[in-house]
Ligand binder design. Structure first.
Ligand code: BG6
Length: 509
């Protein structure tokens, strides 16, 4: 259950803690929580690694990460020395029970010093497919026995298809109960993503129109300017469908489409989200091409700079068939959404970084103004901007000043920056705090993960049998392949215009 209480004493054990995730996200987020006194003073971070490393070297690296990525940079010099005392390094062979027995002893020593029992959080900062025996050995060392106080946190990718995800979930459930497993989808920790629930269920004005009678279609875009960075190996195996659609975009879809929850209890929220996934209309194998379009970027220009095509990126085979872009159309077969298309798309190396949900309302039933008043007319839109400009825009018609009646769309805006004079916490800050307060609301349950894979199964199967013939089919710096326009059901449906996506003031003439 969501709570505003401070977190209980905790020992936070990070496997793979010498890697990028701990340096860039986890430790800076913990530092920020510590500064905000959200975590108990009885708090210890143990980094587990396979190479011998001095605490001081590790601390130096984390200090660098905190200086770069903390939300409260002005507090780093002052606050670091207090925070750093809570971090230590534990070296050992991850496949040996000895390491885990020692870890258990260490936890006991810490708790004895504190004179208090604490939570044990085991954070797998490595992909699940590489963490092998860790859950089993944790269990053998008795570290998972306390079902209330111990939990495991895992990062995506959670499998690469239905079978592998099921296998992984089975392995975990042998040693942990479902309530102890926290599967991270960092999108769910983003402020604006959580705000979708507040918008829909803490206001009475949206619910009456949030259905097939008033909504024409919904577009969800997660576009990135960045390419694949140093992750060629992982990305070329995964591709955009597995990397983004199966998790982040499916979760956004759930939040937009779910039924109102009765309470903010974790399973109640997750049940409502799972219902959406279960209601997604299966994509017939022979119609995959009509429902899903894949793309791969060629070279192009972004922000005035020439960038390489995907196949020229270091570590990517020159004939790679991996998709870096996916657009798809989904229907949700229930009373609220029957026959309303949800268009979702994501891609790397697109024109600009933007994550946005656009809910497009139906046209007015009858046009009462003179015909020429409708020149710049536009259906109402509710735009939920997740990043980079967090906020919400309601777009409606107004009469342009002057003697003639000319209608133009105008925006009513809510901007996080302007409304709240405080910095927005990173998604990891929210999620780590939730883990420490035992709140699983924003984490994926095993059944959700499996159903999301099931939705994509026909696509994965057809794509594995049919290699694309037109790759690369979009230029870096563009909005993706032209062919995505064939997904739309009606002429008035289209991807939101770039100026909508940028959340800039709309142009009115
Ligand atoms: C990750 C994907 O889950 O999310 C990356 O693996 C992607 O490929 C990233 O770049 C996007 O997250 P954000 O928070 O930068 O939008």
């Amino acid at each position: 259950m969501k709570t505003n209480e401070p977190a209980a004493p905790a020992i936070f054990v990070i496997f793979g803690g010498t890697g990028d995730l701990a340096w860039r996200k986890l430790v800076p987020a913990l530092f920020d929580l510590f500064q905000d006194q959200c975590i108990s003073l009885h708090f210890s971070i143990i980094i587990i690694g396979r190479k011998p490393l001095k605490d001081s070297d590790l601390l130096e690296r984390f200090f660098d990460g905190v200086k770069k990525f903390s939300r409260q940079k002005e507090k780093v010099e002052q606050g670091w020395k207090y925070f750093a005392k809570h971090i230590s390094y534990h070296y050992g062979d991850l496949n040996s029970i000895e390491t885990y027995n020692k870890l258990a002893e260490r936890c006991t020593v810490i708790e004895n010093e504190w004179g208090i029992k604490s939570q044990h959080i085991f954070y797998m900062a490595t992909p699940p497919l590489t963490f092998g025996e860790i859950p089993k050995l944790l269990a053998e060392a008795g570290l998972t026995k306390d079902k209330l106080r111990s939990r495991i946190v895992i990062e995506k990718p959670i499998g690469f298809d239905v079978e592998s995800a099921t296998k992984l979930n089975k392995t975990l459930s042998r040693h942990f109960s479902e309530s102890q497993i926290y599967r991270i989808d960092h999108y769910l920790g983003k402020e604006t993503v959580q705000n979708i629930l507040a918008l829909r269920f803490a206001n009475s004005i949206f619910e009456p129109v949030w259905n097939r009678r008033y909504i024409d279609h919904v577009c969800i875009t997660v576009a990135e300017e960045i390419g694949i960075g140093h992750r060629a190996g992982y990305y070329n195996e995964a591709g955009a469908l597995r990397d983004m659609i199966q998790n982040h975009l499916m979760q956004l879809l759930c939040l937009v489409a779910m039924e109102p929850m009765v309470s903010f209890e974790a399973n109640e929220v997750r049940n409502k989200k799972a219902d959406v996934l279960c209601a997604v209309r299966p994509i017939p194998h022979d119609l995959v091409d009509q429902f899903v379009i894949r793309g791969q970027y060629g070279k192009g220009i972004i922000g005035g700079q020439e960038v390489l095509g995907y196949r020229e990126e270091p570590g990517i085979p020159h004939d790679s068939q991996t998709e870096t872009y996916v657009a798809m159309k989904l229907f949700i077969d229930n009373w609220r959404w029957q026959n309303i298309p949800f268009y979702i798309r994501t891609g790397k190396r697109m024109t600009k970084q933007v994550s946005e949900i656009v809910v497009r309302f139906r046209s007015v039933p009858h046009r009462s103004f003179p015909l020429d008043a409708y020149h710049g007319w536009h259906e109402n839109e509710l735009i939920i901007s997740i990043q980079p400009d967090e906020g919400i825009v309601l777009r409606f018609q107004a009469k342009r000043p002057g003697p003639k009646i000319i209608l133009k769309p105008v925006d009513m805006r809510f901007s996080y920056k302007d409304s709240f004079a405080m910095s927005i916490p990173d998604a990891y800050e929210t999620l780590l705090w939730d883990i420490m307060t035992s709140d699983a609301t924003l984490f994926m349950r095993a059944d959700q993960v499996k159903t999301a894979w099931e939705i994509l199964s026909p696509v994965l199967q057809v794509w594995s049998e049919k290699t694309p013939t037109d790759f690369p089919n979009y230029e870096a710096g563009s909005w993706g392949p032209d062919s995505t326009k064939f997904l739309f059901e009606k002429v008035n449906q289209h991807w939101p215009l770039p100026e909508v996506l940028s959340s800039s003031v709309i142009k009115t003439t």
